[in-house]
Design a protein around this ligand. Structure first.
Ligand code: NAP
Length: 386
């Protein structure tokens, strides 16, 4: 019997690549639900191509348009997303939604005891312990899709508890690697969107340019693998060939290598624990010649430092960091904020909001809304100035 899969955010970069993986595995995988925010025409086209009869659109207007033009079932709004997951009788949910909007899909899947292939790192940044506890309570497994965490998942699978000394996350360094602050003052949106090694959605590409992406991944790794922040390092590796490393108590360091292609970790997550062919070239080390590594510059790229500090502070701090980042990145993409001001806005929001203990998902929603309001005010002040 094929594994029944729901893909959330199927119109995005991860979603489209996940459908590519599914298309090559018709015997093993069957899509039974698809979602997007507003891209209703693309979503219907995907549903027809994969024989899916149920879709969800978070934007109610887009859902209404889709319902007018399609004979299948169209679910609408946040409740529709939850219903898509909980009523699909699926074996696995792939969450490829961008931003904290993905938390709802994560909770829906784990709450139903459904295994989760998680690309939406923001779920773990915001939800942290509550998300991992929910999975433990219902017996659902989280299989990471982020390439670094997929690498760590594979490396750690072979090790017994108690032997791990450190996790080492690699970072490409983004398009502005090696620059100092004066060289970042006037960078444009197009320059920030030109990632040297990965082709991804807009938000994560800007996060990669600021190094916030690596900061979010640090918090994600902490929750996924239960490793303290003091034992997680970040090292810049511009070729993006080594996806991450683990250091063990006997002095061994193990690395996961491969060309940067998200279909590899997506395939790993969708087929786990099996492995199937993915059309990527075999690694040619001689042709690569050299792999290089550098210290991450968290003075210039302050987002990395802010994320580590927020992770260590715990409570609602990572949720506040994430919400402020989403507002600031959105403003940068809209031309309302300079590149360096992204970190300034996040830092100001974190200074104004004391972290609180997280009691429930509702307390996270409150922290998220507060941080978005303050970040929005700070963006308005700065864009008015500038
Ligand atoms: N792209 C990569 O290579 C990559 C690698 C590692 C991790 N990730 C992580 O994977 C996630 C997705 O990234 P991406 O690059 O694929 O993003 P993306 O290309 O921007 O796609 C985002 C998807 O989420 C949907 N969406 C956006 N806002 C939503 C909302 N409020 N409610 C429900 N659905 C919403 C979008 O629908 P519409 O099309 O209607 O807007 C789209 O389907 C992110 O958390 C990212 O950090 C991505």
């Amino acid at each position: 019997m094929p594994r029944r899969v729901v893909i959330l955010g199927s119109t995005g970069s991860i979603g489209v690549q996940a459908l590519d993986v599914v298309q090559r595995s018709a015997q093993e995988l069957r899509v039974v639900g698809l979602s997007a925010q507003a891209s209703w025409e693309t979503l219907i086209e995907q549903a027809e191509r994969f024989g899916v009869r149920r879709i969800a659109l978070s934007d109610p207007d887009a859902a209404a348009r889709a319902a007018e033009h399609w004979s299948g079932e169209v679910l609408s709004g946040p409740d529709g997303l939850v219903a898509l997951v909980s009523e699909a009788e699926c074996d696995l949910v792939l969450n490829g939604i961008v931003g904290s909007a993905g938390l709802m899909g994560t909770i829906a899947a784990l709450g139903e005891g459904i295994d989760l292939a998680l690309a939406n790192k923001e779920s773990l940044v915001v939800g942290g312990e509550l998300v991992t506890q929910l999975g433990e309570a219902t017996g659902a497994t989280i299989i990471p899709v982020d390439s670094e965490h997929s690498a760590l998942h594979q490396l750690l699978a072979a090790e017994r508890p108690g032997v791990l000394e450190r996790l080492i996350l690699t970072a490409s360094g983004g398009p502005f690697r090696g620059r100092d602050r004066s060289e970042l003052l006037d960078v444009t949106v197009d320059e920030a969107l030109a990632h040297p090694t990965w082709s991804m959605g807009g938000k994560i590409t800007i996060d990669s340019a600021t190094l916030m992406n690596k900061g979010l991944e640090l918090i994600e790794a902490h929750h996924l693998f239960g490793v303290p922040y003091s034992q997680i390092d970040v090292v810049v590796h511009p070729q993006s060939i080594v996806h991450s490393l683990i250091q063990l108590c006997d002095g061994a360091t193990l690395a996961h290598l491969g060309y940067p292609d998200m279909r590899v970790p997506i395939s790993y997550a969708l087929h786990h624990p099996e492995r199937v062919d993915v059309p990527v070239g075999a690694l040619d080390l001689v042709r690569l010649g050299a792999l290089t590594f550098e210290r991450a510059d968290d003075r210039t790229f302050a987002c990395l430092r802010l994320a580590r500090d927020a992770g260590i502070a715990g409570g609602t701090a990572p949720c506040t960091l994430n919400a402020a980042n989403e507002v600031a990145v959105h403003a940068f993409l809209a031309g309302r904020l300079g590149f360096l001001q992204i970190a300034e806005v996040i830092e100001s929001v974190l200074e104004r909001v004391e972290p609180e203990r997280v009691h429930s998902f509702d307390s996270l929603a409150d922290a998220d809304a507060r941080a978005r309001r303050i970040a929005g005010e700070l963006v308005s002040e700065r864009s008015g100035r500038g």
